[in-house]
Design a binder for this molecule. Structure first.
Ligand code: NAG
Length: 112
């Protein structure tokens, strides 16, 4: 009887999904979408990272703090100083403990 319990916990943990933005460009407004369920936290902080797989200090921008989860999307201005690259990632984290990651987007490219 253990397996069903484990799989339902995994489902809960992965309910929050952060999508990669479409054609994001440095210095331009970009839409960011996410999906969630009633079990997800009510708000989160949104980080933009570059090269998170190899660089532990990869935070390049804080795109929002205490964002209300039920918005489902925001429009945000990407910093003009971002270099073009294809190793960017969005991360939704706990506002009170940013080491606690609610969701990570797929790796995506930003044009400059
Ligand atoms: C954010 O969520 C936490 C719990 O996840 C809650 O304690 C806090 O009041 C919320 N803050 C806002 C601004 O909604």
């Amino acid at each position: 009887m253990r397996l069903p319990i484990i799989s339902s916990l995994l489902t809960l943990a992965s309910a929050f999904t952060l999508n990669a933005p479409t054609n994001p460009t440095a210095g331009k407004v970009t839409e960011i979408h996410w999906t969630f369920t009633a079990n997800d936290p009510s708000n989160f902080t949104l980080f933009l990272l570059n090269n998170p797989l190899t660089d532990p200090f990869s935070l390049v921008a804080v795109l929002g703090e205490h964002l209300q989860t039920n918005l489902g999307e925001i429009q945000t201005l990407l910093p003009a100083s971002l270099p073009a690259g294809d190793t960017y990632e969005l991360r939704a984290v706990n506002p009170e403990n940013v080491d606690f990651v609610f969701a990570s987007s797929p790796i995506f490219a930003i044009a400059a």
